[in-house]
Design a binder for this molecule. Structure first.
Ligand code: BES
Ligand code: ZN
Length: 874
């Protein structure tokens, strides 16, 4: 057990800061084995503070304090304790000069200033700035920064920080300096600096008002050819934010840097976004369509933060969804506009209701605006991000696009330069639209996924159809009773001939029902027959919906629902029912209906291929587990596999046919038509290889040989690895590695194909991968691709009945926790849902959690995840 128990921070305890810092002047001297950080802070008492505190208390961690002066005089009565520097009895206004010595080379947590493949870089969100210098490291303290970086010119020719470069020059001993000034006040979490030997890729963007913005991307020389897509995405995002939100960029220069070692995906530091290499670098030969897609949306996401996060920021970390939920909503809208909105929505909802619903149903459930946390790094969750984005989407649905835009304009105008709350956001939306969102605010404060139970009656005589909807929400930790939510349900009614029925006097065929009470009835009249309801179109609210559709009705909706999302969802519901009926013995043979529906999809000309590919994909094992109490993973997997085999065998000819015009050796463009074609063709390839016969083997081998782009090459590799062709598998893995061992992003994929494989990715295999020369414990991407993919995506082997998968994960978490707690806590995620599983799995998972809990030296990050999962704190 840990010696002392980490304490929780509560939203209810929020107080304004006792002091404000208006200006920060930094001089950072970089050396091989350390850095000296000289900081001058202009500090004054906060007039809004009533505490009368005389002492200045600054945050600081792992800092060597070299000197401390107040208004030019050395301070002698200060105290340095765990995490704080206290300067007693300070005046109303003063400047404080602090020099700290830090050791970026030994910074394995990757928070604060650290080294990654020879360069220096920073990550300050949420609380990393305090690992660079003493500061009021909280987002409601906003200051203007001037940053001078000094380093050896030859080793670090490029020196970057936030804002605009204002001064540069040579120094003694082969060193040089560059000074940057950021005119916009910002919280410390948005501070960034980079020093390295990097190449610069330049581009430019002309804003709506005619200003030319310098766009610069900095990467290691070997990555020079992988910048084009990110820069193109950036320009699209800049144009889109002007058009859709009226937001222009505000500095003269916007920089993007790629680093290999990064705990997260990317970071929106003002004017200097820093990216995990895997989320920004791409070329057709090395990156898949999925990676291109992800890069486009992450580049946009970080860019969009310039307004939703930077110009208007969070008052405290409980408000994290203010910037993250809103920005995810914005990047989702952007991605929808760049490609197919329906496909984008399907992919997003698929992830949301598999992973976020699981979080909301488990021991780590928390509101979109949490009430307390032990370690804020643990709260960059799917709930804060994805459910937070859904909450903003519901406001968009309730207000309509025009009113929503007025609300966002008001929000940005009213709060520019401020640190605010989710409540301020909702108030701006209310004030602009005159809609009352009082009840709607419960989405921010109540955790758990609401459940809608829908029943209906039809009175043939009067032609009246009545829908009754009851809402409820299960208890979550600390919240046993829930008040009803305000829920928008987009819906329509469909006649047996497939016609969309008018719902009101204006002949609208689609409407948004608003639920506010526990139960509502809605009547539709003038109907000639009982309609089939199409409910929750576009997934208009993050809820679970229960209506007793028959399999035939689902077949009907799959082809006739005018809403593309609901066509897909009907197919998923049908497949879930078929698979779980096999697993639970309710069906002894696989129902032929899905096969026939898929056959129609494969043979109907003119359908969107990306959509057909999505519809052909059976619900994931993870989603099936989520829908099952006491989930027996092996049994669920077995049933899913049986259905997949049946589908593949029955549709062999059609699958071969859709692949006929696919040319993996052709020229590559990341363009919706090509992406859709590859996606369908590769789904078909995967299914064909599931049969395990000669035809599938040949198709996979041929594609592996001919492919000139990574999408097709990797799809073929995966198909070979996950099939019973052992020699071909070995050869392909060896060839792939030989071809790409010099490229870290591709090697990461090579790891993931193996650790995620239901065929070969057992504990022995992943243990061997950990010993592979390309594996690096200090590189989060490698750790994620081997250990994270095994535990998160390879459910077959992770939940091996002998408990070996769980033990393996426990050992690796323990090892990682000693040097990178953010990563160890992230990796513990798959264990948190232990109660969802069958007894033998549940016991083994809880056993691992208890062993971790009892470690003497576990980090606060891991402590919080482990104790909350076991239901012991929080
Ligand atoms: N602000 C975050 C990055 C971050 C998160 C830094 C947690 C420190 C701690 C950034 O804007 C972000 O949200 N990045 C996401 C990707 C995004 C597309 C959702 C990430 O890093 O995964
Ligand atoms: Zn973000």
């Amino acid at each position: 057990m840990r010696a002392e128990q980490p304490q929780a921070v509560h939203l209810a305890d929020y107080r304004v800061p006792a002091f404000l810092i208006d200006h920060v002047d930094l001089r950072i001297e970089l050396f091989e084995d350390c850095a000296l950080v000289h900081s001058r802070l202009n500090i004054r008492r906060n007039p809004a503070d009533e505490s009368q505190a005389r002492d200045l208390v600054l945050n600081g961690e792992e800092l060597g304090l070299e000197s401390l002066m107040l208004d030019g005089r050395p301070v002698e009565n200060h105290r340095v304790d765990e995490g704080f520097l206290t300067v007693p009895s300070v005046p109303e206004h003063f400047h404080l000069d602090v020099t700290t010595r830090i050791h970026p080379r030994d910074n394995t947590r990757l928070e604060g200033l650290y080294q990654s493949s020879g360069m220096f870089c920073t990550q300050c969100e949420a609380e990393g700035f305090r690992r660079i210098t003493y500061f009021l490291d909280r987002p409601d303290v906003m200051a203007c920064y001037r940053t001078r970086i000094e380093a050896d010119r030859e080793a670090y020719p490029v020196l970057l920080a936030n804002g605009n470069p204002v001064d540069w020059g040579e120094l003694e001993d082969g060193r040089h300096q560059v000074t940057w000034e950021d005119p916009y006040p910002k919280p410390s979490y948005l501070f960034a600096m980079v020093a390295g030997d990097l190449v610069e890729k330049r581009d430019e963007f002309v804003t709506g008002s005619g200003r030319t913005i310098d766009l610069r991307m900095y990467v290691e020389a070997r990555n020079e050819a992988k910048c084009e897509h990110a820069l193109a995405s950036l320009k699209k995002a800049m144009a889109w934010d002007e058009e859709v939100y009226g937001r222009e960029y505000d500095l003269d220069i916007f920089m993007v840097v790629a680093v290999d070692d990064f705990n997260m995906g990317a970071m929106e530091n003002k004017g200097l976004n820093i990216f995990n290499s895997s989320c920004v670098l791409a070329s057709p030969e090395t990156a898949t369509d999925a990676a291109y897609d992800r890069i486009e949306s992450i580049v946009a996401h970080e860019y969009f933060h310039n307004w939703s996060g930077n110009r208007v920021t969070c008052r405290d970390w409980f408000q994290l969804s203010l910037k993250e939920g809103f920005t995810v909503f914005r990047d989702n809208q952007f991605s929808a506009d760049m490609g197919s909105p329906t496909v984008q929505r399907i992919d997003h909802v698929n992830m949301l209701r598999t992973a976020q619903f699981a979080e909301d149903a488990g021991p780590m459930a928390h509101p979109v605006r949490p009430d307390s946390y032990i370690e804020i790094a643990n709260f960059y969750t799917l709930t804060v991000y994805e459910k937070g984005a859904e909450v903003v989407r519901m406001i968009h649905t309730l207000l309509g696009p025009d009113m929503f835009r007025e609300g966002s304009d008001l929000y940005f105008a009213r709060h520019d330069g401020q640190a605010v709350t989710t409540d301020d956001f909702v108030s701006a939306m209310e004030d602009a639209s005159s809609r009352d969102l009082t009840q709607f605010r419960r989405w921010y404060g109540q955790a758990g996924t609401p459940e809608l139970r829908v029943t209906d009656t039809f009175d043939a005589e009067s032609g009246t159809y009545t829908l009754t909807i009851r809402q409820s929400c299960p208890a979550t930790p600390g919240q046993s009773h829930k008040e009803p939510f305000h829920i928008p349900v987009r819906m329509g009614l469909i006649a047996s001939d497939g016609e969309a029925l008018p719902l009101d006097a204006e002949q609208n065929t689609e409407t948004v029902l608003e639920l506010t009470g526990d139960e509502h009835s809605f009547q539709f009249s003038g109907l000639a027959e009982r309609p089939v309801p199409s409910l929750l179109r576009g997934f208009s609210a993050p809820v679970k919906l229960d209506y007793p559709w028959t399999r035939d009705q689902l077949m009907f909706l799959m082809s006739r629902d005018p809403d593309g999302f609901n066509r897909w969802d009907a197919g998923q519901k049908l497949a879930v029912d078929v698979i779980l009926s096999i697993q639970q013995g309710r069906d002894t043979e696989v129902d032929p209906r899905p096969v026939e529906a898929y056959r129609t999809l494969l043979t109907t000309p003119g359908l969107d291929r990306a959509m057909v590919a999505r519809m052909l994909a059976l619900p994931s094992t993870a989603w099936l587990i989520e829908l099952t109490d006491e989930a027996d993973v092996a049994a669920i997997d077995g049933a899913r596999h049986q259905v997949e085999q049946t589908v593949a065998r029955a549709l062999r000819d059609e699958l071969v046919q859709v692949r006929a015009d696919h040319h993996p050796g052709g020229s590559y463009a990341f363009e919706p038509g090509q992406v859709a074609a590859r996606s369908l063709s590769n789904s078909a390839l995967t299914l064909l290889t599931r049969i395990g016969d000669e035809q599938g083997r040949e198709q996979a081998l041929a594609q592996f040989e001919q492919a000139t782009n990574m999408t097709d090459r990797l799809a073929a590799l995966k198909a070979l690895v996950d099939s019973p062709f052992s020699q071909e598998r070995e050869d392909a893995l060896a060839r792939f590695h030989a071809d790409w061992h010099h490229d870290p992003q591709v090697v990461e994929q090579w790891f993931a194909v193996q650790s995620g494989s239901p065929w070969i990715g057992n504990v022995n295999c992943v243990t061997e991968l950990l010993a592979h020369p390309a594996f690096d414990w200090k590189n989060p991407n490698k750790v994620r691709m081997v250990i994270g993919v095994f535990a998160g995506r390879n459910l077959t082997h992770f939940h091996s009945p002998d408990g070996s998968g769980h033990r393996f994960l426990g050992e690796q978490i323990r090892r990682l926790d000693a040097f990178n707690p953010q990563i160890s806590a992230q990796l513990a995620q798959p264990l948190t849902r232990w109660r969802q599983y069958a007894p033998h799995l549940r016991d083994s998972m809880a056993g691992i959690l208890r062993e971790l809990r009892d470690l003497p030296d576990l980090s606060r990050d891991l402590y919080e995840v482990v104790t909350k999962s076991l239901g012991e704190s929080g």
